[in-house]
Write a protein that binds this ligand. Structure first.
Ligand code: PEP
Ligand code: MN
Length: 283
């Protein structure tokens, strides 16, 4: 019998069995994302102002984060909601990068923004809403920056891996997958987190996979349990939203951890990472 190849050829273990480790070059040191490492990406949903962002970044750097997140171009359901500081916010993120030595990640929503972002940020994020923006994926396949590809909120695992394939097929092998929950009939949480997807992806693909328990649940008090479940299921790390004062956040305050809860999360997932034989401190 002839064995049929998976449609996501380059992302598949049939083509490359060995795990991909994505190397992210930071301002001082490089960090590894993938097999053997448990990576923590943290920061607010959106960059709101310089003082708060840089102060929070300094706290996160000393409390176990390996990468700083911050939205500049925010995909918001309502056009009247805060949509991010755009290019102006990039300078703030670069200052936080210099102040902490941590690499930075932000979402790119439009190919036209690549000109400002490529060479300036250490990972480019494709958000859930853009997972099937094939023009964007094609362009991202031609940059030398690692890409974090979030799962579309109604994408199957195969559609998600085929989206990764677009980037790989254009010649960029540095793709990190990120499960962020899918839309189901359940209204009590913002999304339904698919932890099983982590274990399945690990079988199907050599690419690193992270979980974002913040967008997956929409509730700050579910972030730590789901982060723990992610690491226990074999995820290569988590991406979480943290805010200095969640009640005052301009976006996603309800799912943002306080600083104290971030410390608690790192402590708890570190122990699970240990059980999984993963190094939590990649710096
Ligand atoms: C984000 O991480 O900032 C974000 C908007 O997430 P998602 O694309 O998963 O909704
Ligand atoms: Mn958010």
């Amino acid at each position: 019998m002839v064995k049929e190849m998976k449609p996501f050829r380059l992302a598949s273990r049939e083509t490359k069995n060995e795990d991909t480790i994505v190397r992210v070059t930071g301002p001082r040191e490089s960090i590894n994302i993938g097999e053997g490492y448990c990576t923590v990406i943290a920061g607010p949903c959106a960059v709101e102002n310089r003082d708060d962002y840089v102060t929070l970044a300094q706290f996160l750097a000393k409390s176990g984060a390996h990468l700083l997140r911050g939205g500049l171009f925010k995909p918001r359901t309502s056009p009247y909601s805060f949509r991010g500081l755009g290019k102006e916010g990039l300078e703030i993120m670069k200052d936080a990068r210099a102040a902490t030595g941590l690499p930075i990640i932000t979402e790119v929503m439009d190919v036209r923004d690549l000109d400002h972002l490529v060479g300036e940020v250490d990972i480019l994020q494709v958000g859930s809403r853009n997972m099937q923006n094939y023009a964007l994926l094609d362009e991202l396949g031609q940059v030398g920056t690692p890409i974090l590809l979030k799962r579309g909120f109604s994408a199957t695992i195969e559609e998600w891996l085929l989206a990764a394939e677009y980037i790989l097929a254009q010649g960029n092998p540095q793709v990190i997958l990120c499960e962020r929950g899918i839309r189901t009939f359940e209204p009590y949480t913002r999304n339904t987190v698919d932890i099983g997807a982590v274990a399945l992806i690990k079988k199907l693909s050599h690419l690193p996979v992270l979980v974002d328990p913040s967008h997956a649940t929409g509730k700050w008090d579910m972030v730590i349990p789901v982060a723990k479940a992610a690491v226990a299921a074999g995820a290569d790390g988590v991406m979480v939203e943290v805010h200095q004062d969640p009640d005052q956040a301009l976006s996603d305050g309800k799912q943002s951890l306080t600083r104290d809860n971030f410390i608690k999360m790192v402590d708890q997932i570190s122990r699970l990472a240990d059980l999984e034989n993963k190094k939590i401190n990649t710096r």
